[in-house]
Design a protein. Structure first.
Length: 433
């Protein structure tokens, strides 16, 4: 289903009766399918750590993280010439005869409710230790430790900050048409450790992270009408940002956190508005008479890209303020929608349509060159990782749906499958500063 079709279907849905509940139980985790993998990345060996049996397989998590970026190709364990856990156990000549250019190894010690993890990153050709440190954390945070190591390795080898310790937000939908439950969830960047932010019999959609990662804005249809809510993730407290008649949709938090762009039809037509969060002043940005929706901010905190069907079919436009002329960004696709501007402001992730279906693509904002990131034909709702290296999106899978993460450079995606119904509207959270 297309992004605009999903938007309109949800707005027109017959709403279910019932009470809204704020809950925090653990939910079924998204399962990671690594079958796609990548063969074009830099070969790296992540040796199984020397660790207690009760601890998650840290090396497996690190390898999956690095593979998901598309820049690294972890080698199979049965191709490793040894299982060193520290530099004094490493026989570097054995490794130089193999494929790996870099090697990650480590040890985990349990100390009551704490874990002490030591890891090392080695350049195989020179034998030089490029990085290594000890990380002490709660025993329950073993996966977080693995993601932290992945971030360190990624930054050391690429010069760019890793985004594996960040989080995803997404919506799930399960049950029958007469007894349906919607949840807004947050999880680790690989889909593990999910936590429910909101559970409701009413449709929930379009989550958007605050730039500090402490709040989510989203659309809820409780009370038989759409409204935009803002919820604090640490306390669960929330407030209603908009409750106009008609459409209240597509919230997008600005990079500085001082504004939220939304779609409202309070003037009779769906248009883009910007709400100042300090004054609550609402400023109308578009007035074309067409459907204007799905705003996304540029890093400058003053320019928006958005979807409009002012020329008949949905296309992507930009405006640098309410009085600026809208400039069209997409030209060579009959359908282009759901834009997300990359963190560096140089690229655009979006959904395009051809004869085979709907695909996630990336377009250069400099020359308009576009490449497909997905291959399934039923994808929607792309969102960049905060370092711009990966894109998460929803995809149809049989009668259900899954989340997929593709490298922004192209390559096979990893699939985060959900076996309890539908999962959609993914959005990648900011760095955890």
């Amino acid at each position: 289903m297309t992004v605009l079709a999903l938007f309109h279907r949800s707005l027109a849905a017959t709403l279910l009766a019932g009470a809204l509940a704020f809950v925090l139980p653990a939910q079924a985790a998204l399962e990671i399918d690594i079958s796609g993998g990548t063969e074009s990345g830099v070969p790296i060996a992540v040796v199984p750590f020397e660790q207690p049996g009760a601890v998650d397989d840290l090396a497996r998590i690190i390898g999956d993280d690095l593979a998901r970026s598309g820049l690294f190709a972890p080698i199979a364990r049965d191709a490793m010439p040894g299982r060193p856990a520290s530099p004094d156990q490493l026989r570097i000549d054995d490794w130089r005869a193999g494929k790996a250019r870099y090697l990650v190894m480590g040890q985990v010690e349990s100390d009551g409710d704490k874990l002490r993890t030591r890891f090392y990153l080695i350049d195989v050709s020179s034998g030089e230790r490029l990085a290594g440190s000890q990380i002490t954390a709660a025993a329950s945070a073993d996966r977080s430790v693995a993601h932290r190591i992945s971030d360190i390795v990624y930054e050391e080898l690429t010069g760019e900050r890793g985004a594996f310790s960040t989080r995803l937000a997404y919506v799930t939908e399960r049950g029958t048409p007469k007894d349906r439950t919607y949840t807004l969830q947050i999880a680790d960047s690989d889909g593990a450790n999910p936590r429910t932010v909101l559970e409701s019999p009413y449709p929930v959609m379009s989550p958007s992270w605050s730039p500090d990662g402490g709040q989510l804005a989203y659309v809820s249809f409780e009370g038989n009408r759409s409204a935009i809510w803002v919820q604090d993730l640490s306390t669960g407290e929330r407030y209603q940002l908009t409750d106009y008649s008609g459409i209240n949709g597509a919230p997008a938090w600005s990079p500085r956190g001082d504004k939220i762009a939304v779609t409202l039809s309070k003037g009779g037509n769906p248009d883009i508005y910007v709400i100042d969060l300090d004054t609550r002043r609402t400023t109308q940005w578009t007035r074309s008479g067409a459907i204007e929706t799905e705003p996304t901010w540029y890093p400058d905190n003053r320019t928006l890209a958005f979807t409009s069907d002012r020329f008949g079919q949905p296309q992507v436009f930009r405006k640098a303020g309410p009085d600026d002329r809208a400039r069209r960004l997409t030209f060579d696709a009959p359908y282009a929608a759901g834009p997300r501007v990359s963190p560096d402001g140089e690229r655009l992730a979006l959904v395009v349509r051809d004869d085979r279906g709907f695909f996630v693509a990336e377009q250069s904002l400099d020359d308009g060159e576009r490449t497909l990131l997905s291959r399934g034909g039923g994808e929607e709702r792309p969102s960049y990782a905060p370092n711009g290296a990966m894109v998460v999106y929803a995809a149809q899978s049989g009668s259900g749906s899954v989340l997929k993460i593709s490298p922004a450079i192209g390559g096979e995606p990893q699939t985060l499958s959900y076996d309890r119904g539908k999962v959609r509207d993914p959005v990648w959270g900011p760095f955890n500063d």
